[in-house]
Design a protein around this ligand. Sequence first.
Ligand code: URA
Length: 227
Amino acid sequence: MVVQHAHTSQTTPASLPPSVFTLPQTAQLEALYTIIRDKTTSRGDFLFYSDRIIRLLVEEGLNHLPVIPKTVETPTGATYEGVGFEGKICGVSILRAGEAMEAGLREVCRSVRIGKILIQRDEETAQPKLFYSKLPQDIKQRYVLLLDPMLATGGSAMKAVEVIMEQGVPEERIIFINLIASPEGLRAFCTRYPTLRVITGWIDEGLNEKAYIVPGLGDFGERRYCS
Ligand code: URA
């Protein structure tokens, strides 16, 4: 048996758009994904380990926010020339699976405002349709962390960005945070929104005939909230 110690062999394909950033593909991260992909994993473990990945993703998302110089005085009386975040942020979760990422965002950004968007497939047109949205009133003055764990075809995420941009948020101020992406979903999303940064934990092989990501982890909402 070959034991891997540091980084796995997965690398970010050269063909990926420059706005896509993956988490460092370490053996630890792959171990976390292995647990949540396993169909025999209990709901409790699924919650625990998917939360760990979400936390890593949110921290990485925050690395993409601009900072400005900030000088403080320390208790020793010395000054420290550091940095502070340039703007305010908010989260927007795509219901229902994206709601699972809200706690991870709150853990690192205390009292962060979080909006919600519900998008479902319109059975007549087969297109993603907006059913509900509640966004922070001052969203256009904020950076937006858009939360959705699974980027399959990209339809819901693209519709959500459309809704957020209609509120006056430029695409450069939106950061999409996602656990697993399909290459085709990423391509469609990044072609439409080339300057919107995507932080994803893992890029999988593709989609099956039911538009599930493969190998994937099945239905994220089911795994998280049911059974
Ligand atoms: N949503 C999921 O929960 N799983 C997928 O594979 C695709 C979309």
